[in-house]
Design a binder for this molecule. Structure first.
Ligand code: ADP
Ligand code: MG
Length: 291
């Protein structure tokens, strides 16, 4: 340029410089963006690999769980079969079906029967649990008379209650409607609730079973004057294996499956189960089944 630079040249040069600066900045952002994109793609790849690993681990776990359930189910079945024959023969001998039995022998046979039945019940609980998990519990629905089930439960549990000096009563109206249900399962459920009531009530206490019709539902309650359940434990009661006192030195037997199974049985009947309790006063378990 021959002549001197004037103001307009300076302005143009400044504009040019600004443009170049802009381009440099742009390039820098592009590079950064590219780096980020690379990083993101790497992270993505890693995520994909981890997700595949997780899915494989998941599959293995599921298969192990299935194996565990099958094993438990088989072993329970195998344990139950001989027990049934032990109980059958013991009762046969006890009943005099194989000759005269003296009082001492009768007492001993009674112990064998009682303990075998306890073992059978435990095995049945385990079997139920594994079947519940795989959704293969079989139900037979028919018209059932709850009043009859309550009466049978009281007869079944009377000895246990007597041994602990507990009274056991029922308050059931004569005109109770029938419900559609599985008689055996409902009997088991009620037995298990009364078993708890007996277990957690001190001698001299009282257990009351009631049933009534309420707004299209059959409302059953099992009330005891026992030790009660503190608030903080109530939300866990229906979980598998849950027991408030699970220490090895605890006073009460059991496996913590009773309420879990009871809840499952009630839910198959489209019903509800809930617990009201006050410590040192007593507990009421409510069951409501649509009629
Ligand atoms: N009627 C009751 N009174 C006081 N505690 C109860 C009563 N019923 C259940 N529980 C508490 O709930 C726990 C779970 O009950 P359950 O599932 O029947 O198991 P298990 O009887 O084998 O211990 C019991 O261990 C006990 O702590
Ligand atoms: Mg129980």
């Amino acid at each position: 340029k021959d002549d001197e630079y004037d103001e307009s040249d300076v302005r143009q040069l400044t504009l040019l410089m600004q443009e170049m600066w802009g381009l440099i900045q742009q390039k820098r952002t592009d590079d950064e963006l590219k780096n980020y994109a690379d990083e993101l793609s790497n992270a993505n790849e890693e995520l994909k690999q981890n997700s595949e690993k997780l899915s494989i681990a998941n599959k293995e776990l599921r298969s192990l769980d299935k194996m565990k359930n099958e094993f438990l189910s088989n072993i329970s079945h195998e344990l139950k079969t001989p027990l049934v024959s032990i109980i059958g023969y013991t009762e046969l001998v006890d009943g005099g079906g194989m000759g005269i039995v003296n009082d001492k022998q009768k007492k001993a046979l009674g112990v064998v029967t009682r303990n075998s039945k306890r073992l059978k019940h435990l095995i049945e609980s385990l079997l139920y649990m594994t079947k519940a998990q795989s959704g293969t519990v079989e139900y037979t629905f028919e018209h059932v008379n709850i009043s009859e089930i309550i009466e049978n439960t009281i007869v079944d549990m009377k000895l246990m209650a007597d041994n602990k000096c507990l009274t056991i009563e029922k308050e059931v109206p004569d005109d109770l409607p029938l419900i559609n249900g599985d008689k055996e399962k409902l009997t088991n459920m009620l037995n298990s609730l009364v078993d708890n009531a007996i277990k957690f009530t001190n001698p001299g206490g009282k257990i009351t079973l009631t049933a009534s019709e309420e707004d299209g539902n059959l409302h059953i309650t099992v009330n005891d004057t026992g030790i009660g359940i503190a608030k903080e434990f109530r939300s866990n009661l229906f979980k598998k294996f849950y027991q408030i006192d699970s220490s090895t030195t605890r006073r009460y037997g059991g496996t913590g499956l009773g309420l879990y199974i009871s809840k499952h049985i009630i839910e198959v009947h489209n019903g509800k189960i809930w617990i009201e309790s006050e410590e040192d006063v007593g507990t009421t378990v409510h069951v409501s089944i649509p009629i």
